[in-house]
Design a protein around this ligand. Sequence first.
Ligand code: MG
Ligand code: MG
Length: 242
Amino acid sequence: MYEANQIVAETLSMLKRVAEPGITTFELDRLAEELCLKRKARPAFKGYSGFPGSLCVSLNEEVVHGIPSRKCKLKNGDVLSIDFGVEYKGFFGDSAISLPIGRIDQQRQNLLNATDQSLALAIEQVQVGNRIVDISRAVQNHVEPLGYSVVRQFVGHGIGRSLHEGPEIPNFVSDGQSPRLQEGMVLAIEPMVNLGTGKVKVLRDGWTVVTADKKCSAHFEHSVALTADGPLILSSRKEFIS
Ligand code: MG
Ligand code: MG
């Protein structure tokens, strides 16, 4: 699973370097797919329930599941979220980043920073004896006091021989029993955080999820293994941004 996730990480690092004003999300998708196939991995999203791309590319008010398009050219001031998954040797990797295109305003940069930080705090909770709800709480308690909202309609997930496995990992605390974390679990933790309302809707393309108030959204994701020594970020990237 580390190998699968490192192919995802390498691809996201490559995309970060080329995602500049003028390039289309279709070109990003092509570059990702080429690198993935070169590494003998299969892009996991392509064909998933009929999804047409290898990447999910979500711009500005788009939260997740945006479709790569020849018509969509990145422009200065955009916030781009890229989600990528692969299957390699029978195991899956899944990770996402949000990044500024050219220069973005401070308000949106703050949203990106807070969402990334909430993922780091969530990962710290991946400890034997904790429960899924501890992960959820870490995200919610970090971003809500800053005035942001957590998306409730979409959640993180277990990952392994399938892209999406149990348990679900909400980014908010909910009532009821929460599964206990055990050594050997691998969790795809993915805070989706909005500048305005947490409410979202799906566009008529059947995929693209957007914020109900059209304000900006951010999405970061890592696949994290729970080892005897604590959390191990399988999709960690060499370059470190924050
Ligand atoms: Mg993902
Ligand atoms: Mg995921």
